[in-house]
Ligand binder design. Sequence first.
Ligand SMILES: [Zn+2]
Length: 111
Amino acid sequence: MEYAGAWLLFAVMTAIVASSKGRSGFAWLLLGVLFSVFALILVALLPSRKPIPRDPGAPGPETHVLCPDCKEPVRNEARVCKHCGAKLVPLSEQPLEPMLPTGTDTRRWRR
Ligand SMILES: [Zn+2]
């Protein structure tokens, strides 16, 4: 009877490890019942499906842009690159329309 208890324990542990990795706890409980410790080893080796939680201060495309000079990530609102000291224009202050060099749009004046 102890053997059955250990078997069940492995199945439950498999389900717990699986759900902690973002996998189906119920499916892995069944696998744990079928394969016991082997299912537990398998789910322990599998990579987690959960997205890696990102440090809120870590540079990302939503909060940071690459410095045009040194290509290091700097905050969107930064006026000066903290890495190389280059002057930056914060995204919120950039003109919405890209500034075209004068003389590029001549079609309007052509007859
Ligand atoms: Zn820089």
